[in-house]
Design a protein around this ligand. Structure first.
Ligand code: HEC
Length: 455
């Protein structure tokens, strides 16, 4: 029998424990760079804020950080930085870039106290980042065929590119890593794979390799410009989601037996699309792709479906957003079989304001997928779950997007606002899209227990 005394002492123990764990949570009286701020910045900011990276300026030395104290306080409190639009209070993903409230308060107190430097003896050493590859030595490197010239006109560029390659024989690969040639300007790359049957296309290296999305009213017209088809006009096999890049993102390395691709002798990496940020000086890019071989044929290659534009279920109502309106659109899809979900990618353009997706199982349970409270078209991650999420047959997948076509939306491409709509899948930023891309595998028992964390 458990005595009262035992219960009493246990209660005291837990009270003390609780007290200690709470008190460690309170902020230090005096916040210093060397002791408190530097470790936080190195862990959450420096990967993108160092020479040549997308952040545009360094966040390493005391001076780098203290000279921007107020701005850093603002961008962290508003959760603009580190960039991670998905709401961590709704669902969790791999490599989440989110500061805790305590960390945000710590930065704020440091700035309010006048950005104290602290004891130099307590300074941690700055992080060291691998050069070239985050994953090791690649087996094959494929480069953009031509160096791409970027004009210093201060414009964003969204391009389609065909990156042709020829290798001595067909092979299997596990993962593809994007290494931007110009890390400052390459803001995202979404790559697919084109596989040409050996005898159906004589020359893969020749032809056009670049199309600027803004020059083509439909995706199909842009595709035509890129010489994608076989010699007889038929279309080669296309595999989705070969790799997706955003600054600071390392591609997920799935456990053995999951994912992987077949790389045939003649093919092309198809960039749909590559986004270069604005530059004030003329410059260039020649992005490369690190290819890592696999020993065997992919056992469970990834599959993909999407809701909305070009998807398995339409956008409702049709995506037409008159000027001076804020409207919500949705798309619903009933799963015909059990699946294991790996990644999610919500996609909208400049008028996007919020995004929400969840699933309702046949038993009536709601499974949170993703919520974005403040859409940011620059940060369209492929969010990978920490372990696969099982959605049974008959589950309803629901996605909804809110669009703001008023003058209060600072990203509105038109002033005054104009009617904006989806136009045959036009990828132009001044046209709209609503897509929710889901990468999955046919479900196998136990999938939900397999960790997708990098080993
Ligand atoms: C994944 C890459 C990445 C990470 C991680 C990151 N940043 Fe940034 N940061 C950027 C980029 C890119 C920009 C330029 C603006 C943009 O494209 O959104 C930027 C802009 C900024 C700005 C300028 C904002 C302005 O309005 O001028 C500040 C300040 C900043 N970051 C601070 C931080 C801090 C502090 C952290 C860590 C808590 C951090 N960043 C983490 C990529 C990153």
């Amino acid at each position: 029998m458990i005595s009262k005394r035992y219960i009493f002492s246990t209660l005291i123990f837990f009270n003390i424990f609780f007290f200690i764990s709470c008190s460690t949570r309170t902020l230090p009286e005096k916040v210093t760079f060397s002791e408190h701020i530097a470790p936080l910045i190195y862990k959450n900011c420096t990967s993108c804020h160092r020479t040549g990276e997308a952040g545009g300026f360094n966040l390493i030395s005391y001076k780098d950080v203290s000279s921007r104290g107020k701005l850093i306080k603002y961008v962290t409190a508003s959760r603009f930085m580190p960039p991670w639009p998905a709401d961590a209070a709704y669902s969790h993903f791999l490599d989440e870039k989110v500061l805790s409230q305590e960390e945000i308060d710590l930065i704020s107190r440091w700035v309010n106290q006048g950005c104290l430097a602290g004891d130099p003896g307590k300074m941690p050493s700055p992080p060291v980042f691998p050069v070239g590859s985050q994953l090791g030595k690649p087996d094959l490197v494929i480069k953009l065929r031509d160096v791409y010239k970027i004009k210093g006109d201060g414009q964003d560029r969204f391009l389609l590119m065909r990156v042709p390659y020829e290798i001595p024989r067909d092979t299997f690969i596990s993962v593809v890593e994007v290494v931007p040639g110009n890390r400052k300007l390459v803001h995202h790359v979404n790559a697919q794979l084109l596989s040409y049957p050996f005898d159906k296309r004589k020359e893969v290296m020749k032809g056009n390799v670049v199309a600027d999305i803004k020059d083509y009213p439909t995706t199909l017209e842009a595709y035509k410009k890129l010489d994608l088809p076989n010699d007889d006009g038929t279309f080669p096999m296309l595999t989705y989601s070969l790799t997706n890049y955003l600054p600071g993102v390392t591609p997920p390395l799935y456990p053995d037996g999951i994912g992987g691709f077949e790389l045939v002798r003649k093919g092309a990496i198809f960039l749909k699309d590559i986004h270069y940020g604005p530059s004030r000086v003329d410059t260039t890019d020649q992005t490369t792709f690190n290819i890592f071989y696999a020993k065997e044929k992919p056992k469970r290659p990834l599959k993909e479906f999407q809701l909305g534009t070009f998807g398995v279920a339409p956008t409702v109502p049709a995506l037409v957003i008159p000027p001076d309106t804020i409207l919500t659109f949705h798309s619903d899809y009933m799963l015909p079989k059990d699946i294991s979900v790996l990644t999610l990618n919500p996609h909208m353009h400049l008028l996007g304001k919020q995004f929400l997706a969840y699933a309702i199982t046949p038993k009536g349970d709601t499974i949170h997928l993703i919520r974005i409270n403040k859409w940011d078209f620059r940060w369209q991650y492929f969010y990978t779950f920490k372990s696969m999420v099982h959605l049974p047959k008959g589950t309803l997948v629901h996605a909804e997007g809110v669009y703001d076509n008023t003058r209060h939306n600072p990203n509105n491409p038109f002033s005054p606002p104009r009617l904006v709509a989806e136009r045959e899948g036009s990828m132009r930023t001044s046209d709209e899209m609503f897509q929710f891309i889901v990468t999955y595998l046919p479900y196998r028992e136990g999938d939900e227990n397999i960790s997708l964390e990098r080993k």
